[in-house]
Design a binder for this molecule. Structure first.
Ligand code: BTN
Length: 260
């Protein structure tokens, strides 16, 4: 990708950002974390055309072939407690979904806590990794965003072929990679700056993909999703009627009638 074009477009959008582009990296999050540790400034973006070891939440891998996806990691330097740092991922999900909706007329939904779905298939995953100082506040965070713009040339691997999809079909007029990168990062920076007022949470609730669905918790228990709490927790109802709010970023849920 053309680094200068992304930087110029971000400047034009009023959200200046330093950009590093690579043809290939093991993981843009790993590189961004390395340079954040060495003091790289807030609003620095690391992009790669492909990743050999793309990572997702809970130790999962993120399939990152060349040409069909965007692999982006943005360094931010908030002073957040652990609880506020948890909100970076949902805030980013709203920012990315807003671009897909407003600029490309798509109908994105957010699967708690970090995935974006279109037509019931995953098109984007977000992995935020943070470093906390001894005082309990964040020193930096790296916001990793992986988006399948289209299906890969040779299709998705079997393990994810029934749940993954591209934002655009190959017959659609696809935006230039630099343009959509700048639109997404600009939207993320803008919403991130407003994160403390938590106004994005209303949009997060409205775009919830899991609401009223039956899901499996990691324990195997099936529960009903009632909605999203005011701090982006997942409100669930157990079969005995007990209502609970899941807040741990370590929890994963599977929809009861598929394997997302
Ligand atoms: C998930 O699906 O659980 C999150 C996936 C996050 C993938 C992105 S791609 C850019 C950045 N680099 C990584 O290694 N992971 C994130």
């Amino acid at each position: 990708m053309d680094k200068q074009l992304i930087e110029n477009t971000l400047l034009e959008y009023g959200t200046p950002c330093k950009v590093y582009t690579y043809e290939q990296l093991p993981s843009t999050n790993t590189t961004a974390k390395d340079i954040a540790r060495c003091g790289e400034a807030e609003f620095t973006l690391v992009c790669a055309d492909k990743q050999s070891e793309g990572r997702g939440r809970l130790g999962r891998s993120f399939y990152s072939p060349e040409d069909s996806g965007l692999y982006l990691s943005l360094i931010v330097r908030p002073k957040f407690t652990f609880d506020d740092a948890f909100l970076i991922t949902p805030c980013t999900a709203v920012a990315v979904a807003d671009v897909l909706k407003e600029k490309y007329n798509k109908n994105p939904q957010i699967k708690w806590v970090n995935d974006i779905y279109i037509n019931s298939r995953k098109v984007c995953g977000i992995l935020t990794e943070s470093s906390f100082a001894k005082d309990g506040f964040t020193e930096w965070a790296v916001i990793g965003i992986g988006i399948n713009l289209t299906a890969p040339k040779n299709g998705f691997p079997d393990e994810i072929s029934s749940i993954a999809s591209g934002v655009f079909t190959t017959s659609e007029q696809n935006p230039a990679r630099e343009q959509i990168t700048a639109q997404i990062i600009s939207s993320v920076i803008r919403l991130y700056k407003m994160l403390p007022d938590t106004s994005f949470i209303e949009a997060y609730k409205e775009m919830s993909f899991l609401k009223q669905k039956m899901v499996f918790l990691q324990s195997g228990e099936s529960v009903k999703v009632l909605g999203i709490s005011d701090r982006c927790g997942l409100i669930i109802q157990h079969s005995d009627g007990k209502v609970e709010t899941l807040t741990s970023s370590d929890v994963s849920v599977k929809i009861a009638d598929s394997s997302v």
